[in-house]
Write a protein that binds this ligand. Structure first.
Ligand code: TYD
Ligand code: MG
Length: 457
C-alpha cells in the first residue's frame, strides 16, 4: 500500500510544514501543528470546472448595472456589507460560540421574504431550527432548511433548488469526500470553502458561511479562510452583556470601518439604531471618575470606558492599582499630574479599572486615564458625550496618536459629541461625516479648563 503523504498544518494560521514543530514559525503559536494528509487535486477533478463560459473582458466592457446589491432588509447588516449583499459573493461570519451567529443568519434568512433561500445547518437538526424560528417569531415559507454536513450533497441541493442565497452554519462541520481529514481541520475547511467559492462565482449565488473561533485552536479558526472569501464579518460582544457588534474586517465591496450593533433579546436580535445608548446609558446620572477613551485594538477602533477611584490613603504608603492597564504607566501619569500640573495625589489611593474586563496597551488611553483620575479626585463628572484620544508625555504635553481619523470616526458613529486630541494631530485632520467637535490641545491644562471650567484646581 502506498503511504499517503502528510504534512503538518498550523491550526491558527494554516502554515504548512514538512515536520512537526512546537511553535509555528509563522504566527508564533505554541502547540498548534497537527498532521494532515496533503491534498493533491486529481486530474479528473482539475478539469471538472473547465466548462465555465467566462471570458476575459476589458474594464469598459463590464457594466456594473447588472450587479445590483441584494437588500438584506437590515439597516445594520447592509451598512456593514457596504450597501447590501453582492450576488456571487462569499461572506464569512466569525465569532465565539454562543454569541448569536446562528440566530443572526436565521433571522436574516426568514426576513428575506420573496427570495428562495437555502439554510444549511451542520450543527442543528431542522427541528431545533424550527424551535429557534418560533422563538424569534418569524416565518418564511420560501426558506428551505437542510440539516447536512456533506459538501457534495449540499451543493447538489443548491444546484437543483437554485436558491438566491445560501447560508452554511458552520464551515467547521462541513466536509468533502475529496479530503480524508476530519471535519473542522484546516485542510477540510480550506477545501470546502474553495469549493463553495467556485460554486458561488459560477452560479452567481451569494453564500453566508459561519466560522467558529476557539481559543484552544482545536478547530480551524477562520484565519485560513480570510484569504479565500470576499468579506469577513466579525460578530463580537460579551456573552454576559446583551449588545453585539458586527464589523467587517475585510470587504472587497465596501469599507471596513463600518459597524453594526444589535441587542440580544428573548426574541432574537434587535437592531440598535442609536448606538450611543450602548456605551454610556448604563448610568443615567453622570458619575465622577469615568472617562471614555477612543482606542485602536488591532486594526479596529474601540471605545472603552476608564473608571478611576481616588481616595485618601489610610495607610502610610498610598496604593496604586490598575486592572487592564499597565501599572507603571499609571504611576508615570500620576507623577506627571503631580509635577507638571500641580495636582496633589501623592497621599491618595488610586484605583483604575477598564470597563468590560478588557486589557489595553494603546498609548492613546493616557488622556482618558488622567481625566478619569482627575474627575474622581475632584468629584466632578465629565460630560457624557466627550471622549479622549491622546498620549501624555513626561513634560505634560499631549502627543499625537496614530490613525486619529479612524478614532474620531468611530467616536462620532457611536454618538459622541466631542473628542479631545493633540494639537499636533492638526496637519492631517479632516472633519468626519458625523458631527463631532474636535478639541485640540497641547497641554493637559487646556483640556482641564475646558472640562471643569470654574472648578477649583
Ligand atoms: P446562537 O445563535 O446559537 O449562537 P452561536 O450560533 O453563535 O453559537 O445563540 C446563542 C445564545 O443566544 C444562546 O445562549 C441563547 C441566546 N438567545 C437569546 O438570548 N434570545 C434568542 O431569541 C435566541 C434565539 C438566542
Ligand atoms: Mg450556532
Amino acid at each position: 500500500m502506498v503511504k499517503q503523504k502528510t504534512a503538518w498544518f498550523c491550526q491558527e494560521c494554516g502554515m504548512e510544514s514538512p515536520k512537526w514543530v512546537g511553535k509555528c514559525p509563522s504566527c508564533d503559536q505554541w502547540n498548534s501543528m497537527i498532521e494532515e494528509p496533503v491534498v493533491k487535486a486529481s486530474k479528473s477533478e482539475a478539469v471538472k470546472y473547465t466548462g465555465s463560459k467566462a471570458k476575459p473582458l476589458r474594464l469598459s466592457e463590464i457594466s456594473l448595472e447588472d450587479t445590483p446589491r441584494i437588500d438584506l432588509r437590515s439597516v445594520e447588516l447592509n451598512r456593514v456589507l457596504g450597501g447590501g449583499l453582492v450576488p456571487g459573493s462569499l461572506v464569512l461570519l466569525g465569532g465565539e460560540p454562543g454569541i448569536g451567529k446562528s440566530t443572526l443568519v436565521l433571522q436574516l434568512s426568514l426576513r428575506l421574504k420573496g427570495r428562495k433561500i437555502l439554510y444549511v445547518s451542520g450543527e442543528e437538526s431542522v427541528q431545533q431550527i424550527k424551535l429557534r424560528a418560533e422563538r424569534v417569531g418569524a416565518k418564511n415559507d420560501e426558506c428551505l432548511l437542510l440539516s447536512e454536513t456533506q459538501l457534495e450533497s449540499i451543493l447538489a441541493h443548491a444546484e437543483s433548488i437554485k436558491p438566491e442565497f445560501v447560508v452554511i452554519d458552520s464551515i467547521q462541520t462541513i466536509s468533502t469526500s475529496r479530503v480524508e481529514s476530519s471535519p473542522g481541520s484546516v485542510t477540510q475547511v480550506r477545501e470546502c470553502t474553495a469549493e463553495i467559492l467556485r460554486f458561488a462565482k459560477q452560479r452567481n449565488v451569494p453564500f453566508f458561511i459561519i466560522g467558529h473561533i476557539t481559543k484552544e485552536g482545536s478547530l480551524a479558526g477562520p484565519k485560513v479562510l480570510e484569504h479565500i472569501v470576499d468579506t469577513v464579518l466579525q460578530f463580537e460582544g460579551d456573552s454576559n452583556h446583551y449588545y453585539r457588534i458586527i464589523r467587517s474586517i475585510k470587504n472587497r465591496f465596501g469599507s471596513t470601518s463600518e459597524i453594526g450593533i444589535f441587542e440580544m433579546q428573548n426574541t432574537g436580535l434587535r437592531e440598535v439604531s442609536n448606538p450611543s445608548e450602548l456605551l454610556i446609558s448604563q448610568h443615567k446620572e453622570p458619575i465622577s471618575g469615568t472617562a471614555v477613551a477612543a482606542t485602536i485594538e488591532g486594526n479596529r477602533p474601540l471605545l472603552i470606558e476608564v473608571q478611576a477611584l481616588v481616595s485618601t490613603a489610610v495607610y502610610g504608603t498610598p496604593q496604586r492599582s490598575a486592572i487592564g492597564f499597565d501599572n507603571r504607566r499609571l504611576n508615570m501619569l500620576l507623577a506627571v499630574l503631580e509635577k507638571r500640573a500641580g495636582f496633589r495625589l501623592s497621599q491618595k489611593d488610586v484605583f483604575l479599572n477598564l470597563a468590560g474586563g478588557v486589557k489595553v496597551s494603546d498609548p492613546a488611553m493616557d488622556l482618558a486615564v488622567m481625566f478619569a483620575i482627575l474627575s474622581s479626585d475632584l468629584d466632578i463628572p465629565i460630560n457624557k458625550e466627550a471622549c479622549f484620544a491622546g498620549e501624555v508625555g513626561l513634560t505634560g504635553e499631549i502627543r499625537p496618536v496614530n490613525r486619529i481619523e479612524q478614532r474620531i470616526g468611530e467616536a462620532g458613529k457611536l454618538g459622541f459629541k466631542k473628542i479631545f486630541v493633540s494639537e499636533n494631530n492638526q496637519k492631517n485632520l479632516e472633519q468626519p461625516k458625523t458631527k463631532i467637535e474636535i478639541f485640540q490641545a497641547g497641554k493637559i491644562e487646556e483640556v482641564f479648563r475646558n472640562l471643569f471650567q470654574g472648578a477649583n484646581k
